[in-house]
Design a protein around this ligand. Structure first.
Ligand code: UDX
Ligand code: UDX
Length: 429
């Protein structure tokens, strides 16, 4: 596994856990050192234990020596980052191409090269050209569908395993690799390489569309006194729609949806194809963040100077420490610019992203973060926020809650006489 990020490390560990011998490589020596000391560089529930078990069983190894790993393996997964290029929709393939070049230079015999990172349609063709004059390589697309926080479960019980290849015989090798999962019911779906590359982008873009759709319906609900949760339930029970990814929230974030929706537009633009729906999803999701700020102006009054605002959670979703494209990265600096005093608590600790903001303070204790606050913003729906004792908190100071994840019950807030706002549901006052 080349790249031990959220995808490479989880996939590599899980491959070892189904019996394979796996070498995880990363050019970040510090990460490899930590892993060899038994320290997991990312927050992913259950991963720690799984790494320990499989390293002890001598199925899982961590090294920064690419050539050792490549020459001991017959299947090489590329899991390096494929970020969006700065201020553009295009996908940065530098790391993918670099990894491919190094593999071609190092390997002595035939290998199967698998792109697991999300790569634009046609990347496999590009890599194949790189290998053409070297040795016979099979370049395969095997995109991942892991959700951070549920990545191990998503690996073990995938809805489908997608293999894209232009040479049939590599399907057999890949089927053997995934056999333990297929025997437990995972669908093994094969297509050509470009098909697999597009399935990944189209899946993520569709999920982002679903979320953006329900977020916009939530705006309509706020104007019409309707509860968005009834809409999600009423719609979701139609199996053609499905209830998952229909939870209204602040806006989607993370390392994938923002990047992959833009990546899909980049692919379509190259072919001069207009993807108007995906474009409107990107725009709507971006505008939603300023909508939230306007709502805060309305709740607290235009002048936020010295108003105390506390964030509960700042990561883009619970059960991860990943801050990539978290909505808090947009909200906190903007509130700070309006001279509000920000405090935040997150189970995964202090964030470097806010270290430059002089009136933004991390607290490792929730009660300290909430002390004397005027507005509590529930940003990330961590389980530990589900049973906060607002009653006791309320005794000390009147505060307002803006619940971006509809974690709390409107009637309960009414009973506790707390001014409460949420997403797509009537406020308490
Ligand atoms: C990555 C891609 O960003 C994403 O598009 C794809 O869907 C899955 O793989 P992720 O694992 O979250 O997702 O990436 P990241 O957390 O950035 O990890 C990439 C790892 O590759 C890092 O540990 C980095 O150090 C390593 N890397 C990067 C290399 O080992 N070599 C390189 O040349 C570049
Ligand atoms: C996503 C895809 O789900 C996964 O298949 C792909 O491999 C990588 O990208 P991830 O980004 O880890 O996974 O998290 P996900 O649970 O999909 O959430 C993405 C964003 O959508 C988060 O900001 C989350 O808060 C938001 N979301 C998700 C909603 O707002 N409502 C929902 O109902 C679901």
């Amino acid at each position: 596994m080349i790249g031990t990020g959220y995808v490479g490390l989880v996939s590599g560990t899980c491959f070892a856990d189904i019996g394979h011998t796996v070498y995880c490589v990363d050019n970040n020596n510090d990460k490899i050192k930590k892993l060899n000391y038994g320290e997991t560089p990312i927050y992913e529930p259950g991963l720690d234990e799984l790494i320990k078990v499989n390293t002890r069983a001598k199925r899982l190894f961590f090294t920064s020596n690419l050539s050792e790993a490549v020459n001991k393996s017959n299947i090489i997964f590329i899991c390096v980052g494929t970020p969006s290029k700065k201020n553009s929709k295009s996908v940065d393939l530098t790391y993918v191409l670099k990894a491919a070049k190094e593999i071609a230079k190092i390997s002595k015999n035939r290998k199967i090269i698998v792109t697991k990172s999300t790569v634009p349609v046609g990347t496999g063709d590009l890599l194949e050209k790189k290998f053409k004059n070297k040795k016979k390589f099979d370049v395969i697309s095997n995109p991942e569908f892991l959700r951070e926080g549920d990545a191990i479960r998503d690996f073990r019980y995938p809805d489908r395993i997608i293999i894209g290849s232009n040479t049939v015989n590599s399907f057999k090798t890949m089927k053997n690799l995934y056999l333990p999962l297929i025997n437990k019911g995972a669908k093994f779906f094969t297509t050509n390489r470009r098909g697999a590359e597009l399935i990944k982008y189209a899946s993520n873009a569709f999920l982002a569309t679903k979320i953006t759709f329900i977020n916009e319906i939530a705006n309509l609900c706020e104007k019409t006194g309707i509860n968005i949760e009834d809409i999600s339930l009423g719609m979701g029970s139609d199996t053609r729609i499905g209830s998952r990814f229909l939870r209204a929230g602040p806006a989607y974030g993370g390392s994938c949806f923002p990047k992959d929706t833009k990546g899909l537009i980049y692919i379509a633009d190259k072919e001069k194809i207009e993807l108007s729906i995906v474009k409107s999803v990107i725009k709507s999701n971006h505008n939603r963040k300023s909508l939230l700020l306007k709502r805060i102006d309305k709740i607290l009054g235009k002048n936020l100077k010295n108003k105390k605002i506390a964030f509960l959670g700042v990561t883009f979703k619970p059960n991860t420490d990943d801050m990539r494209d978290a909505v808090s990265l947009y909200m906190i600096p903007n509130l700070h610019k309006k001279k509000a005093i920000i405090s935040y608590y997150d189970p995964t600790g202090e964030k470097k992203e806010f270290s430059k903001l002089k009136n933004c303070f991390f607290y490792s204790d929730i009660n300290d973060a909430l002390k004397d606050t005027d507005l509590i913003i529930l940003h990330t729906e961590w389980d530990e926020f589900k049973s906060l004792d607002f009653k006791t908190l309320r005794k000390k100071k009147n505060f307002i809650i803006y619940d971006l994840r509809n974690l709390y019950n409107v009637n309960q807030m009414k009973m506790n006489k707390i001014k409460y706002f949420s997403i797509g549901r009537p406020p308490t006052n």
